[in-house]
Design a protein around this ligand. Structure first.
Ligand code: MG
Length: 217
């Protein structure tokens, strides 16, 4: 996957976040401060602008610029957390002009580790980690045996979606929702939901890139 693939991934995320903005904000209204959709929408619009203004020439450069922009443009906890995820992924990819699905799987694990270090959240705390960590595991499993990258991306996206849905019954132990204590149960975590959108965008881009021949009936 080359630089262009990663730029298209960022564009796909920008579109998905724009489309999901009001839904994410409604989720955040239930257990937070009702700004997650608008914050991420603003952040990824700024990422698109930054990529157009200063086009990076490596996949890692795309992710580092995206992460730095999110840290700068998105307030609250989510800017630094999402920004760190992308920056750590970008740093893990280094200066390579082309990266493999296995490289991206390792980078995703570095992203999870960065988010855990910064936020201190573990799986089950009802945060973005509940979507990101299973996605990274599914991706690593998918590429582990030299499998089809597109299948690995699809497995990662499905794992992120399942992880996000699985936050509904949880009681939040990190972030603003944790102030609600037991009242945070019964709502999907907005950070896990947006993380599922981000990983889902990766699946969409990978699927478009390698169209399968349609089997005839
Ligand atoms: Mg919020």
């Amino acid at each position: 996957m080359d630089t262009r693939f990663f730029v298209i991934w960022m564009e796909e995320i920008t579109a998905a976040v724009r489309a999901g903005r009001d839904h994410l904000t409604r989720l955040d209204a239930a257990i937070g401060d009702a700004d997650h959709g608008t914050n991420l929408d603003r952040g990824f619009a700024a990422v698109a602008e930054a990529l157009a203004a200063r086009p990076p020439d490596t996949p890692g450069g795309v992710l580092v610029l995206a992460g730095s922009t999110l840290i700068r443009k998105v307030g609250g906890a989510s800017g630094p957390l999402y920004g760190t995820a992308f920056r750590e992924m970008g740093k893990a990819l280094g200066d390579a002009a082309d990266v493999s699905a296995a490289d991206l799987a390792s980078a995703l694990e570095a992203g999870v580790a960065g988010v855990r270090r910064l936020g201190g959240a573990e799986e089950g705390d009802k945060t973005m980690v509940d979507a990101l960590a299973p996605a990274a595991r599914a991706m690593a499993r998918g590429v582990g045996g030299g499998g089809d990258p597109e299948v690995a991306f699809a497995a990662a996206a499905a794992a992120a979606e399942e992880g996000a849905k699985a936050t509904v019954p949880l009681v939040a132990r990190k972030g603003r929702a944790s102030y609600l204590g037991a009242r945070s149960t019964g709502h999907e975590d907005p950070g896990a939901a947006s993380t599922a959108l981000i990983v889902g965008a990766l699946r969409a881009v990978a699927a478009r890139r390698s169209p399968r021949p349609k089997s005839r009936p």
